[in-house]
Structure formats: structure tokens, C-alpha cells
Write a protein that binds this ligand. Sequence first.
Ligand code: HEC
Length: 117
Amino acid sequence: MTSRKTLFAALTTSTLLALAACGGGGAAGGGVATGGAAEADSTPGAARFRVVCGVCHGRNGDNGDAPNVRDLHWDAARMRAQIRSGSGRMRPIPVARLSDADLEQVLVFMGTIGSVQ
Ligand code: HEC
């Protein structure tokens, strides 16, 4: 009985490890943005913005529960700091969630909606 339990535990552990090994990627991407009239839908960072920021700020930056981020005209450095450090009720967005390369793409998209200069 004990040994069966041990075997089960071992199997469960290795299954979890295998799953964990597969996950993590995060490179995802390929986002063909669907719908939305936004002129910027074809910008590479649009899909990332919508996944990472849009849950709170809305898919177009001005239609979420969090504050409007359109037309802020912040410089890129300030926006990077906001994303990586957060402020107030916004928690920092770590590299694991948004790589540096993807962050730059998001900034390009944000340029098209006036968030960054
Ligand atoms: C979990 C929800 C959430 C996510 C995800 C999120 N934000 Fe925020 N964001 C907020 C909230 C809430 C605030 C308001 C913070 C405060 O002042 O308390 C905020 C504030 C901001 C501000 C400042 C707005 C101003 O006028 O001061 C900017 C800019 C911003 N977010 C950009 C982003 C970007 C870009 C992303 C994605 C990379 C992002 N946020 C992801 C919730 C979020």
C-alpha cells in the first residue's frame, strides 16, 4: 500500500515536471488582431498590448477599468519605468510576462495611440 502510494507520487511529480518544461515559453505571438477599428491593429505590438495591458486598460487603451492611457504623450523612458515598476494600484510587469523586445514593440504600438511621444 505504501509502495503504491509512493509510485503514484513519483508519477505525479514527473508528469508535473514534464508539463512545467513545456510551459514557460511565452514567445507565443503570431497575433492576428481581430476586429477593432483601430488604425494600429497591424502594428506588431498591438497584440501584446492587448494581452498584457488590455485586460486592465482596454484593448485600445481607453476602454478598460484602469485609467485611460491614450494621448498621454509620455516619453519612452517614463513609459518603460511605468511598465517595469508600476505605480499605485498597477503592479510591475516583469520580463517573464513581457520581454524587453516585446516591451519595445508595445511602445511602438503605444506611439500610434498617442500614449508615448
Ligand atoms: C492588472 C491591471 C493592469 C495591467 C495589466 C496594466 N495596468 Fe497600467 N495601470 C493599472 C492601474 C490600476 C493604474 C492606475 C494606477 C494608480 O494610479 O493607482 C495604471 C496606470 C497606468 C499608467 C499611468 C496612467 C496615468 O495617467 O498616470 C500607464 C501609462 C499604464 N498604466 C500603462 C500600462 C501598460 C503599458 C501596461 C502593459 C504593459 C499596463 N499598464 C498594464 C492597471 C494595470
